[in-house]
Design a protein around this ligand. Structure first.
Ligand code: 87F
Length: 526
């Protein structure tokens, strides 16, 4: 997470209009908006992704039935269509961490002020974002109670109690929960909301080596969530001193990029906390030699932000585009009956198709509603991003085939019913791969290598994802931020990729002219 200084300046910062997801004041539907794309079906989006990204995003998550706006700014209803995506990611991540012997637990939502403020260093910059309960009914609470923005201070007093000797280590806990951060800048559903869902892992080890290894194991799981499930390319890297979690030793992250806005987005973080918290919370143990030692700790999290990044990267002017691996409906089967066609025969074929697919583990369903036309249903399921549509009409019935239409590229293909399952499996796999490849190609096209300050300034104005040789000095990063400050927000370091390109002898820092020590990604960010 961003350093404290960054947090404070963020609260004041105004972001450019183009990235803003509009907060509707009264009614959150698209009613009354422009009707450019809307056809006779009454569905469709009134804003285009390339023309007004912020409005497009707001509209697509509402019309795609992921989000309903709520009457508290920065808070959103996560509807089943989005929640199921969260659950799919959970059902990958949870067993993976259990294989690593990490156990689930649940700590309370409320934090007493003494505990919260125990850790003054890291809380200082975040204090404005902490929400407090001050009343019960009409009476003031004797002591106000904070709502967790993260759980270090909630959990670590108990780590101190539970860890006594080396046999109590490692202690590896995770919780799936909500957290509240009262953000003041530009709330955006999923991306920056005042309440969000996440998992937070908190682990304690006897040695730094074990902690270091886990940081990277978790980071790899985060990469897999993005790349294998959400079909989004990410960069694994290390945060700068300015951008790391101030309470920790070092921070690693996976960074995604939104080409439309030219902004980087921190996808998930895995921190090595070192011994900062064990000192503060007295998390000590007796080691094998009978000496008193302090534990080494990590903490790591990914949140519902993942879903927002997915929408921003893959969505198009027809609505959501869901990668098959996270779509709760992978195949939607739609009957296309004509006046004198064998309607019952078509419906039976639809049901049989769904059954064949579901039996093989494909998430398929038929839309047999008789109060909507096939055309309306096409738009409806396109808006919701279902990866593959199967249409069955009289001609298909006669030819013992179905028509398959891909959501990602609109390609249509007739599939003989006797090899339907195999073909659909291939298509689904192909769609997943194509989405990733298309996203990677688009992201890579935005990467610009710069060597000098002048090139950097141009690249920032062109909304690039900048890779530059850097001297890795905090003062220089502060200077970069100050010199690029504007109404679109300053450029900052995103991460230094773990896989470093070669650095030729004598390479200079793009910003200071001093000797460069590492390649670092830079850009504006969410
Ligand atoms: C907001 C208010 C109070 C971020 C905050 O990244 C405290 C905080 O500590 C705060 N916003 N952070 C940093 C969170 C660090 C860390 N916690 C566990 C993670 C991963 C999961």
């Amino acid at each position: 997470m961003a350093g404290s200084e960054e947090k404070q300046s963020k609260a004041k910062e105004t972001k450019a209009k183009e990235t803003k997801a509009k907060e509707p004041k009264a009614k959150a539907t698209s009613g009354g908006k422009k009707k450019e794309v809307k056809k006779e079906t009454g569905l469709g989006l009134s804003h285009k992704k390339d023309e007004n990204f912020g409005e497009w995003y707001s509209e697509v998550i509402v019309n795609g039935e992921m989000i309903e706006y709520y009457d508290i700014s920065g808070c959103y209803i996560i509807r089943p269509w989005a929640m199921s995506i969260w659950e799919t990611m959970q059902s990958f991540f949870d067993p993976e961490i259990k294989k690593m012997k990490i156990q689930n637990c649940y700590f309370p939502l409320f934090v007493s002020p003494t505990v919260l403020q125990k850790e003054t260093d890291h809380i200082e910059g975040f204090a404005p974002e902490v929400a407090w309960v001050t009343k019960s009914g009409e009476s003031d609470l004797e002591v106000p109670i904070a709502i967790r923005p993260t759980s270090e201070t909630v959990m670590y007093p108990y780590y101190s109690k539970w860890i006594r000797g080396h046999r109590d280590l490692p202690l590896k806990l995770n919780q799936w929960c909500n957290v509240v951060r009262w953000e003041f800048s530009n709330p955006t559903p999923f991306i920056r909301s005042r309440e969000f869902l996440w998992q937070e892992g908190h682990t304690a080890f006897a040695t730094k080596e074990e902690a270091d290894a886990e940081v990277l194991d978790i980071l790899e799981l985060y990469r897999r969530i993005y790349e294998e499930f959400l079909a989004i390319p990410v960069i694994k890297g290390k945060k700068s001193e300015l951008e790391k979690f101030a309470g920790g030793l070092y921070t690693t992250s996976v960074e995604a990029f939104i080409p439309n806005t030219g902004r980087g987005v921190q996808g998930a973080t895995s921190h090595c906390l070192g011994q900062n918290f064990s000192k503060m919370f007295e998390i000590n143990f007796e080691n094998e030699k009978g000496e008193k030692a302090m534990v080494w700790q990590n903490s790591w999290a990914y949140s519902t932000r993942t879903i927002g990044v997915m929408v921003m990267v893959h969505g198009d002017d027809k609505g959501l585009v869901l990668p098959p691996k996270v779509a709760s409906v992978q195949v939607i089967v739609i009957p296309v009956p004509y006046k004198d066609a064998d309607t019952q025969g078509i419906f039976d074929a639809c049901n049989a198709t769904v059954e064949t697919l579901c039996e093989a583990g494909i998430r398929a369903s038929a839309d047999l509603r008789d109060n909507y036309s096939p055309g309306w249903k096409y738009s409806h399921w396109e808006m919701r991003g279902v990866p593959l549509r199967i249409e069955i009409g009289p001609k298909d019935l006669a030819n013992n085939q179905v028509r398959a239409v891909r959501r990602d590229n609109g390609a249509k293909v007739d599939l003989p019913r006797d090899c339907l399952l195999k073909k659909v499996e291939e298509l689904i796999e192909n769609i997943q791969d194509s989405l990733f490849n298309a996203a990677k190609q688009k992201r890579d096209a935005c990467i610009q290598i710069v060597k000098t300050w002048d090139e950097f300034v141009v690249a920032v104005s062109q909304k690039k994802l900048i890779l530059a040789p850097w001297c890795d000095e905090e003062e220089v990063e502060k200077d970069v931020k100050a010199r690029t400050k504007g109404e679109m927000g300053a450029a900052k370091s995103l991460c230094s990729p773990l896989e470093q390109p070669e650095m030729p002898e004598g390479t200079k820092c793009f910003a200071s002219g001093k000797p460069a020590t590492k390649w670092t990604y830079w850009g504006r960010s969410y």
